[in-house]
Ligand binder design. Structure first.
Ligand SMILES: C[S@@+](CC[C@H](N)C(=O)[O-])C[C@H]1O[C@@H](n2cnc3c(N)ncnc32)[C@H](O)[C@@H]1O
Ligand code: SF4
Ligand code: SF4
Length: 369
């Protein structure tokens, strides 16, 4: 196993990260760095990678995530839109699909069917990122049989107590059991799949990094430990309290002269059949097309996305979510397209017994006390 102490801190995306691997190649690290490669700005080739959101609903309410405060309603993706996406995407060169975005993919019982459709269409790499509470061994075996290539468990604390406060649900023991059961199954079976994990570190949980290396890393192929970020300005208030002294990068570390590679490197299908520029577009501010009304090929080069590519290239993004994201602001913004969906008033939902704010304060007191 790679010695975690020798791991270098890498700045990637919006925070510092440590990558670990028990294998020769480190797929999580490769994926992260590939995602950031800057494509020639005029060169708009169709990307090989897509994220598909079965639902934006979630059963957890992590203190740093914008999910509990998003204004859209959790729904289910229409299967016919998805089939259209896969068949047109495959023609255009799509090779990988990740089933997650703003919500929890295992809340949708149809996940197995969606994976099967992608696998049968010839999509080479199919993966999910999950909080793992519903990833019991029977369920994950089903997904692997359907064609799942890898599963990443997001485990954002290394003790039951801190996990309950961070995730808002007392699921730590269940998630660790699910992870260990899967590890055992992998060792016994001849199935090809990868197990991964991530830990989003806050100021109040960074003293659990060593414990994470002990209780999680031995059971995975690859892992990453990363600093919490402000989710594109959408959970900035919490960030100022939660930012990790070791791993959260200051906003001046982000190179604003470079256009964001997300607009060139990946395509995002939301639960409503819409295409978004970004995986963390919690309130649909970066929707550029409605796949019910256009082809994927047209959408990928339509006026709205091309205008945003140009604005990113010229550094002219004020008034958009991208500006708040790159500059760490919460300034007024306009959606880049009117997609006519009903939005809820801004209110943080409470899942479980305690509110996000109460848990942030309890984490702080626990840390300081
Ligand atoms: C939004 S979640 C969706 C998938 C699934 N619900 C999960 O938690 O894995 C995708 C990833 O974003 C991470 N994440 C959420 N909020 C974050 C933040 N403020 N900073 C860094 N990562 C964050 C989660 O830990 C998870 O690994
Ligand atoms: S990080 Fe994942 S599990 Fe946590 S609230 Fe966000 S979507 Fe849900
Ligand atoms: S909000 Fe915009 S700038 Fe930020 S990651 Fe998403 S696409 Fe890139």
């Amino acid at each position: 196993m790679m010695d975690p102490k020798k791991n270098k801190k890498i700045f990637s995306g919006f925070s510092y990260k440590y990558f670990f691997s028990n294998k020769k190649e480190n797929l999580l690290q490769e994926r992260s760095l590939k995602q950031e490669e800057k494509l020639a700005t005029g060169n708009v080739v169709f990307p090989s990678n897509a994220l598909v959101e079965l639902t934006a609903g979630c059963n957890h309410s992590c203190v740093f995530c914008a999910n509990p405060r998003m204004k859209i309603q959790g729904k289910k993706l229409d299967i016919d839109i998805y089939k259209k996406f896969v068949s047109e995407g495959k023609e255009l060169g799509l090779k990988e699909i990740g089933f997650y975005m703003r919500g929890e993919p295992l809340l949708d019982k149809r996940l197995r069917t969606f994976i099967e459709i992608a696998s049968k269409a010839g999509i080479k790499y199919i993966y999910i990122t999950t909080n793992g509470a519903r990833a019991n061994i029977a369920k994950v075996k089903e997904l692997i049989d359907a064609g799942l290539s890898s599963i990443k468990f997001s485990i954002n604390a290394a003790s039951r107590d801190a996990y309950r406060l961070v995730h808002g649900k007392d699921d730590f023991d269940k998630v660790i059991k699910n992870l260990k059961d899967l590890h055992e199954y992998k060792n016994k079976s001849d199935k090809e799949f990868k197990i991964m994990a991530s830990f989003v570190v806050t100021k109040f949980t960074e003293d659990e990094i060593d414990e994470f290396k002990r209780v999680v890393i031995p059971y995975v192929d690859d892992a990453k430990i990363l600093g919490v970020h402000g989710q594109m300005g959408q959970s900035l208030e919490e960030l100022t309290i939660l930012e990790s002294t070791k791993l959260t990068a200051p906003f001046d570390k982000i190179d604003k002269a470079k256009p964001c590679p997300m607009l060139w490197n990946r395509i995002h299908l939301t639960q409503d059949g819409l295409l978004s520029l970004c995986c963390v577009d919690y309130d649909n501010n970066l929707i550029y097309a409605d796949l019910r009304e256009t082809t994927l090929k047209e959408a990928w080069n339509n006026k709205i996305i091309n205008n945003m590519r140009e604005r990113h290239t010229n550094g002219n993004i004020k008034g958009t979510l991208c500006y708040n994201c790159l500059y760490g602001k919460k300034e007024p913004l306009e959606p880049i397209m009117n997609c006519d969906l009903k939005l809820k008033p801004e209110k943080i939902v409470k899942r479980g017994e305690k509110s996000v704010l109460d848990r942030v304060l309890e984490l702080r007191d626990r840390h300081e006390g």
